[in-house]
Design a protein around this ligand. Sequence first.
Ligand code: SF4
Length: 74
Amino acid sequence: MCEKIVALGVYPFVVPFVPIGGTPLENHAAPDALFMRGLLEPLGRMLARAGLRSSDIKAGCGKCGACSTLSAYE
Ligand code: SF4
C-alpha cells in the first residue's frame, strides 16, 4: 500500500499502534522496536527513492513527526 501512495506523491506517515484503554483493542500488544524498524527501514528507502522528505511537508503529522521515527530512515 505504501508503494502505491508514494507513487502518487503521498507521504505515508506510519506510526506504531498504541493500545488505548476502553477501546476494543486495549489489550492488543504494541509493536516492539524491531518490528517497527522492519517496517520503517524499507519505507524510508522508498521515500528517499521517490524524493519525499518530511522536511518538505508544510503541515500535519508528517511535518510534526512526534509519533513516529520514520523521518530518521528517510
Ligand atoms: S503529535 Fe504530531 S505526529 Fe502525533 S498525532 Fe499529533 S500532529 Fe500527528
